[in-house]
Write a protein that binds this ligand. Structure first.
Ligand code: ATP
Ligand code: LTN
Length: 333
């Protein structure tokens, strides 16, 4: 499909609290790349429905995530920022793509298996269909690049497979997207169990740090972070606790792992934990301040989201129209 600019697209589900894992693994790259692409960022609220949500909390949280997007520095004038549920083309395309995805493929997805194990009382169809909706999100905008953390790699590969399958049958309908996965920060670990990824729905508040958390609480959590035996600030795969803290420090300060190790020669875990906490507080201070301002202005957020959805629909509807035509559905006058 003809495009004037390369397209970048990504989203985050409004579940739990947005963490420094999400920031380092995904958002930081969004900010780095936003000016070089036509950038599309959405709140994946339909995806979040695959887990049981309290409607009142869910609505507030989705709006709060939207304010956090803007507070990060995503610019609603330059980029397209919207709620997935405001653009019905996502579900329209997703239905068509369902008919090009095999049940076996969906069942093999690691996230589906993990989430099914975690929510055994609610293994719903949406949970299995999750990656197909994600494929629709991506393919709707003819996206070239999708910046995500490593846990989403398998979903991206499925997206590419579905797109190629469709293109093989109907010609060049979809752009085949590439992932953009950071090397260092692709998987920030829980502060309480450094063998597990930091997950925004972790029920243990000490395991995660929110991007809009107050300074005292951030410092407290880093002080309590689980580390390994020993006391040297050296990145070592066999010492996941200290290595995770080194990754966080390096991402927050822009220093390399080596520079970080050199800076803390002769210092112990206690000093280092304090330094990591301070680096996180400083880096996120402007985000928190901007967020506090934005969240009070609901009218602005809703108006901006409306404009975002209009821009998104303009592009998305062209893809759906083309796909439905290729499939042989009767055109609407
Ligand atoms: P949940 O706990 O609700 O499943 P999550 O923390 O895994 O949520 P997602 O909404 O699934 O967050 O992910 C949003 C983005 O952040 C994705 O690009 C994902 O790859 C990235 N991401 C999530 N957790 C981490 C992490 N610990 N380290 C690096 N990137 C992450
Ligand atoms: N599954 C993603 C969120 C997501 C997404 C997308 C990311 C939904 N649709 C499209 C990139 C592109 C996750 O991070 N859990």
């Amino acid at each position: 499909m003809f495009k004037e600019q390369k397209v970048l697209l990504s989203g985050i589900q409004p579940t739990g609290i947005m963490t420094i894992g999400n920031y380092i693994g995904a958002v930081q790259n969004w900010l780095k790349l936003q000016d070089d692409y036509l950038s599309v960022y959405f709140i994946a609220d339909l995806h979040a429905l695959t887990i049981k949500q309290d409607p009142t909390e869910f609505r507030q949280r989705a709006l709060s995530f939207y304010a956090q997007y803007i507070a990060f520095g995503l610019d609603p004038e330059k980029s397209i920022l919207y709620f997935q549920s405001h653009v019905p083309e996502h579900t329209k395309l997703s239905w068509a793509l369902n008919c090009f995805t095999y049940v076996g493929e969906a069942q093999r997805m690691t996230q589906f298996k993990d989430k099914s194990a975690k929510h055994q009382d609610n293994i719903n169809m949406g949970l299995m269909d999750y990656p197909v909706l994600m494929a629709a999100d991506i393919l709707l905008y003819q996206s070239d690049l999708v910046p995500v953390g490593i846990d989403q790699k398998q979903h991206l590969e499925l997206t590419r497979d579905i797109a190629m399958r469709f293109n093989n049958r109907f010609g060049d309908v979809f752009t085949i997207p590439d992932g953009y996965i950071p090397k260092n920060g692709a998987k920030i670990k829980s502060l309480q169990n450094p063998l597990m990824k930091m997950s925004k729905s972790d029920p243990d508040p000490n395991a995660t740090v929110s991007v809009i958390e107050d300074a005292d609480s951030i410092m407290r959590k880093f002080k309590r972070a689980v580390t390994d035996s020993g006391n040297e600030i050296i990145f070592d795969e066999n010492k996941p606790g200290i290595s995770n803290l080194i990754s966080i420090y390096s991402e927050m300060t822009g220093k390399t792992i080596k520079e970080t190790e050199n800076e803390f020669v002769g210092k112990g875990y206690g000093d280092f934990k304090k330094a990591v906490g301070e680096a996180v507080v400083e880096k996120l201070r402007p985000v928190r301040e901007e967020y506090e301002r934005l969240i009070k202005d609901k009218a602005y957020l809703l108006e901006t989201a409306k404009k975002g959805a209009e821009k998104a629909r303009y592009i998305a509807s062209r893809t759906v129209k083309k796909v439905y035509k290729k499939l042989g559905l009767v055109e609407q006058e």
